[in-house]
Design a protein around this ligand. Structure first.
Ligand code: MIC
Ligand code: SF4
Length: 639
């Protein structure tokens, strides 16, 4: 038999219908072992799951609460209560606020080597550190996976990342992924799975591997994966999960589309400079720059090892800038308390915050105006911190510690020996599913924050309307549909759309779009490269659709966003010739004949016909025609 890489092995074991794997780019259907949401995407996902008429989910499913935890007012707690009750009703595990960050809890408790999963969050790929294949997806796709136990995606190419050597003092796993970002860029990973291999792999612990796979999302990759080996066994045994261990790796002679070599010995501390995770430099190039804040945590860097190393460097000293810390889970926080680090962090002047996303998604912890914040997080997009004119650079926990002590960007050089402490089992925090007969009697509680799903009409033969916005490269979902202070509106499409959609790009967008929609126009958006990069939030498609947007025409889309556009009946299109971008102006009246989505498509503007290329797959055509995935699901399951 032909030698297989690890990705091919897991895909083959999960291929619905069996047989050979298709070539890269062709749609493949995988059996999904786990599906999950977090609270900011979970309520919409659950409303869609209920609208599908599902009585009980098929795969292992979890609803985590970690994003919207401020509870200033009824909105967040209402969302949590809906998630708690709907979880009980549908057979889903519920992880209440304070338990920890979804991706961190997932590797602690649920992911096993060789599993497949999808989650309604782009950093679901974190699970690749465990030797599993996990994808980030929009809420509808997660709801469908919960209903059917399956997920469809274009077969990715597999890239080998060959690691040699080991990290020297002051260099951390964060620097490995920042190095990858400097090589691959923020869109170079599209359609690819990064499979790590080589002798350097054994030098990285499981949580270090998860740091690397987590931030693979910032390369636009489908996912990333490490082999499962003795280090995996070590981690699982330390969590009393030794029985979940299975050795997994690529066969000798396995083939890859490309390969990247990284010698860990040669890495230096790196920093991603505002406003993109892809602007990577050496920390030494920025040494001495004044900083105003340090934040440690997020799903990328909130393991015990990360925080203990940070705390150890601070021990007996005081931070000189505002320093916030978010542990990845209650288990990690307890472990830090047991080893004495919580007390030493307090004494060092660190603000020990709740176990959750916190400042990473702008839920508090904003920096000062025009300030510079150093964060161990994975994203530094404009305005994401909640302070519009502040800047955020991304660094490892050791760079964060060295800099918090000096108030300027500082290169860590010494090796850190932190106190070890046994892992803690916090699985008692989860609310487990109840038997189906009892579950069916549960009434979900939907407070006033939960708005019912809007109904959307089918696709007309011609889209006719105005170019509502013309944008540049790398428009992120944070630009399209900001989170931060707007997170409490995630369950209320109308309010979220009116208050937040594109308000960072143009404050008049909501009003203009609604007026145009109500006058019968179809809104069109125009952009350039990597449109929709960043999060998996389907609201970045759902809210524009509510505002009347029916097509987006750009140079290239980010993977998850294009799927979300299709799911909400917005036609994703790309320019055949990028020079045509200059022929379109914001405010132009345009039309697109979409009566035959499989034929030639063009944008009619100012008397010219600009050729377009579909960014959707053939399988998406009936979904777009029906006006979106849920209307299509209803049409096809009723038939
Ligand atoms: C993010 O980091 O941008 C988020 C918030 O976790 C998002 C999900 C969301 O918007 O709810 C993500 O990464 O998918
Ligand atoms: Fe939460 Fe930040 Fe991770 Fe998103 S990137 S899941 S907001 S910690």
């Amino acid at each position: 038999m032909k030698p297989m890489n690890l990705t091919e092995k897991i895909f083959s074991e999960h291929l619905v219908g069996g047989g050979d794997l298709p070539p890269a780019g062709e749609v493949v259907t995988l059996k999904i072992d786990e599906a999950f949401t977090q609270d900011a995407t979970g309520t919409m996902c659950m409303l869609q799951l209920e609208a599908m008429g599902v009585k009980r989910v098929k795969p292992l499913s979890v609803n985590f609460v970690d994003h919207s935890m401020m509870q200033s007012g009824f909105r967040n707690p209402d969302d949590h209560e809906y998630l708690r009750t709907v979880s009980q009703k549908l057979g889903i595990i519920f992880s209440p606020p304070g338990t920890g960050i979804c991706h961190f809890l997932n590797i602690e408790n649920f992911v096993k080597p060789g599993m497949t999963g999808i989650g309604a969050d782009s950093h679901t790929v974190n699970a690749g550190g465990m030797g599993a294949i996990y994808f980030g997806a929009g809420g509808y796709d997660v709801a469908l996976a919960m209903a059917t136990g399956e997920y469809k995606l274009p077969m990715p190419q597999v890239v080998k990342v060959y690691l040699t050597g080991s990290l020297k003092p002051g260099v951390m796993a964060m620097d490995v992924i920042l190095k990858m970002l400097s090589i691959v860029g923020v869109k170079g990973g599209k359609g690819k799975i990064f499979e790590y291999a080589g002798p350097g792999v054994a030098s990285l612990s499981l949580t270090e591997r998860a740091t690397v796979t987590n931030m693979g999302a910032e390369m636009g990759a489908s996912t990333s994966i490490f082999p499962s080996d003795e280090r995996t066994r070590e981690y699982l045994e330390s969590r009393n999960r030794g029985g979940d261990y299975k050795e997994m790796g690529a066969d000798d002679g396995a083939e890859y589309t490309e390969s990247v070599d990284i010698n860990l010995d040669e890495l230096e501390p790196l920093i991603a400079i505002y406003p993109s995770p892809g602007n990577v430099e050496k920390v030494s190039q920025r040494a001495g720059d004044k900083i105003h804040q340090v934040c440690v945590g997020s799903c990328t860097n909130s393991s015990y090892e990360n925080i203990a190393a940070f705390a150890e460097m601070l021990k007996g000293k005081r931070v000189v800038v505002d320093t916030l810390l978010y542990p990845g889970s209650r288990a990690v926080a307890t472990q830090l308390a047991n080893s004495g680090y919580v007390a030493s962090l307090f004494q060092s002047g660190v603000r020990v915050m709740e176990n959750g996303c916190g400042a990473c998604i702008g839920q508090g912890g904003s920096p000062i105006s025009k300030g510079l914040s150093l964060r161990t997080f994975n994203r530094n997009f404009p305005k994401r911190s909640g302070t519009n004119d502040a800047e955020v650079h991304l660094v490892s926990p050791q760079v964060a510690a060295a800099s918090a002590l000096t108030g300027v960007i500082t290169v860590p050089t010494e090796s850190v020996d932190f106190t070890d402490s046994p892992q803690v089992d916090d699985s008692a925090s989860f609310v487990m599913p109840i038997p189906q007969a009892e579950a069916e009697k549960v009434e979900t509680i939907q407070g006033p924050n939960i708005m019912q799903l809007p109904a959307f009409d089918s696709l007309p033969d011609t889209l006719k309307g105005e170019v509502l916005l013309k944008m540049g490269d790398n428009i992120s979902t944070d630009d399209i549909q900001p989170a931060g202070i707007y997170l409490p509106l995630r369950s209320n499409v109308k309010e979220y759309a009116m208050q937040a959609t594109f308000n960072q790009v143009d404050t008049s967008f909501g009003e203009r779009a609604v007026a145009h929609r109500d006058a019968g126009g179809h809104g069109i958006l125009v952009g350039r490269e990597n449109y929709g990069q960043g999060s998996s939030r389907e609201h970045a498609a759902l809210c524009p659709r509510w505002l009347g947007v029916r097509a987006v025409v750009v140079a290239q889309f980010a993977r998850i966003h294009v799927a979300n556009l299709v799911n909400f009946g917005i036609v994703p299109l790309t320019f055949k010739n990028m020079e045509d971008f200059d022929k379109v102006t914001q405010g132009d009246n345009v039309s697109i004949d979409v009566s035959n989505l499989e034929g030639d498509l063009s944008l009619e503007v100012n008397g010219e016909s600009i050729p377009l290329v579909p960014a959707f797959e053939a399988k998406d055509v009936p979904v777009l025609k029906a006006g979106g995935a849920l209307p299509y699901f209803k049409l096809t399951t009723a038939a």
